[in-house]
Design a protein around this ligand. Structure first.
Ligand code: PMV
Length: 330
């Protein structure tokens, strides 16, 4: 077993705090088309399978960071958070890996464009922006592979939030995780649209971290997940190369619902859906049976993301008037 501390120290150069500097960065939210669900190492966030995502370009996290001689001081969306806040506790624990001495702290000001902890991938853009801002503050000049590994130790899906567009996170096989990082995919899908349906802004009752453990160890259908992901990934790569949005949507929806099926089959069962989630899926399936070319994907939360081609934009908006549409490729 390798510790997160040892892996991080192996990557970052010796850090000399410069109190006059400020680091800043932006990282986009990413939505997985092939999901990451289940870890082979919980400390290093090493996944059981590869995953593949799309960045939301303009939606993400902006973070500014400075050194302080005192305690960490963390603001989220303009509000200074108390030290017993769950977000602060988790961020501070991660920041411990980067302090050249334990008495040094960080002043962090971070803004999320999407609700925090509601299954809208805020932790992915959050940890990616934090790592990029640290790299800027400390002038490490790390490459994207190294930054992806550091972000992954904060939150697995953050390894994919260092790029826009399509991104592939390679599970890797090494115990130290040095081969578990993301790389960008050169294919572009200019006509792909992602529609966000925010059905609830509440923090999810069970974090993805605990949800994954409950599924992997909960006597569930989980053993079927790995071979299924391998098959979905290979079919998705073919569909991406062919720019086939209908296939991309269909494979992504099947993958997301298969992930939720493994959670439902755990003991105790895990369900992130709300009644509104089911109602939305039923509206979508009914509309699709009447010709709407639109598919859904869902993460560890009740909110739904739609995948469709630009020419369906008016029809999707007519069906889901509250949808917020993103153009991932500008
Ligand atoms: O990186 P985490 O621990 O927030 O887990 C993300 C899990 C999913 O969002 C459900 C899937 C994914 O690949 O993003």
């Amino acid at each position: 077993m390798f510790s997160a501390q040892a892996c991080i120290q192996h990557i970052i150069p010796k850090t000399r705090p410069d109190f006059s500097r400020e680091g800043s960065a932006f990282a986009p939210v990413n939505i997985a088309l092939i999901k990451y669900w289940g870890k082979r190492d919980t400390e290093l966030n090493l996944p059981v399978t590869d995953s593949l995502s799309i960045g939301l370009r303009t939606l993400g996290t902006r973070t500014r960071i400075r050194w302080t001689e005192g305690e960490d001081n963390i603001s989220l969306n303009g509000e200074l958070l108390p030290s017993d806040n769950a977000f602060v506790k988790r961020t501070r624990q991660y920041l411990h890996y980067f302090r050249p001495n334990p008495s040094l702290g960080f002043i962090i000001d971070t803004h999320n464009d999407v609700p925090t902890g509601a299954g809208l991938a805020s932790s992915a853009s959050g940890y990616a922006a934090l790592v990029l801002a640290l790299n800027d503050l400390c002038q490490w000049q790390l490459n994207k592979t190294q930054l992806s590994i550091l972000a992954r130790i904060g939150s697995g899906s953050a390894s994919r939030s260092l790029w826009n567009g399509l991104v592939h996170w390679h599970a890797g096989t090494q115990a130290d995780g040095m081969d578990s990082y993301a790389t960008p995919i050169t294919h572009q899908l200019p006509s792909l649209r992602v529609g966000l349906l925010t059905l609830s802004r509440k923090t999810k009752p069970i974090s993805s971290r605990l949800g994954m453990q409950q599924t992997v160890h909960g006597l569930s259908l989980y053993p079927a997940w790995k071979p299924m992901v391998e098959q979905h990934l290979s079919r998705l790569q073919t569909a991406i190369a062919a720019q086939d949005i209908a296939q991309i949507g269909a494979i992504s929806e099947h993958n997301a619902l298969s992930m939720h099926a493994t959670m439902l089959s755990a003991s105790p069962a895990l369900c992130y859906f709300l009644p509104e989630t089911i109602a939305t899926l039923q509206t979508l399936w009914q509309a699709r049976s009447e010709g709407l070319a639109c598919w859904a994907t869902l993460d560890a939360g009740p909110n739904v993301k739609l995948l469709f081609d630009a020419h369906e934009e008016a029809a999707v908006t007519a069906c889901f008037p509250k949808v917020s549409i993103v153009q991932p490729f500008g």
